[in-house]
Write a protein that binds this ligand. Structure first.
Ligand code: CUA
Length: 160
């Protein structure tokens, strides 16, 4: 009996060690994933008065600015669409998106990239991405924002 009991205890200890090992393993994997995706994890650039988004500052004039080596895009996500409705950039150059909303919460997910921003009124989200392949990338709203949600799209044209 005593022998059996010890065997079970040893087994339990091994099992516990295994579980702890898995825990450490997953923590390492998750940390690694966060690091490698760090470039496109959106940041909160600044706070903004949502009621003035349409009338004042950079977002009242949604546009793409090119400074010779990179693009800066000021984007309004509104119910139901994006301004500018179409963004054109060249491949291989970094694009910094600043996105905000004048009304409700929206999403800013760019197809075939890992750009995925939650756009919250009153906050400016910032993300930088370099498109490597030319083509047309749809911007999709993936936060429910009202009746027109499923028709809320934008477009990024990446030229060679
Ligand atoms: Cu905007 Cu859903």
């Amino acid at each position: 009996m005593e022998k059996n009991h010890r065997a079970i205890e040893t087994f339990e200890r091994l099992w516990l060690l295994f579980v702890l090992g898995m825990l450490v393993f997953f923590l390492v994997v998750i940390t690694g994933m966060l690091r490698t995706h760090g470039g496109t994890v959106p940041e909160r650039a600044e706070r903004i008065d949502a009621t003035k988004v349409r009338t004042e500052g950079n977002f009242a004039n949604p546009r793409v600015v090119f400074d010779g080596g990179r693009y800066i895009a000021y984007v309004q996500a509104f119910a139901y669409g994006y301004l500018p409705a179409e963004i054109t950039v060249k491949k291989g150059l970094p694009v910094t998106f600043y996105v905000t909303s004048p009304d409700v919460q929206h999403g800013f997910y760019v197809e075939n990239t890992n750009i995925n921003i939650q756009v919250i009124p009153g906050q400016v989200a910032q993300v930088t991405y370099t498109f490597k392949r030319p083509g047309v990338y749809r911007i999709i709203c993936n936060e429910y924002c009202g009746l027109g949600h499923q028709n809320m799209f934008g477009k990024i044209r990446v030229e060679d």
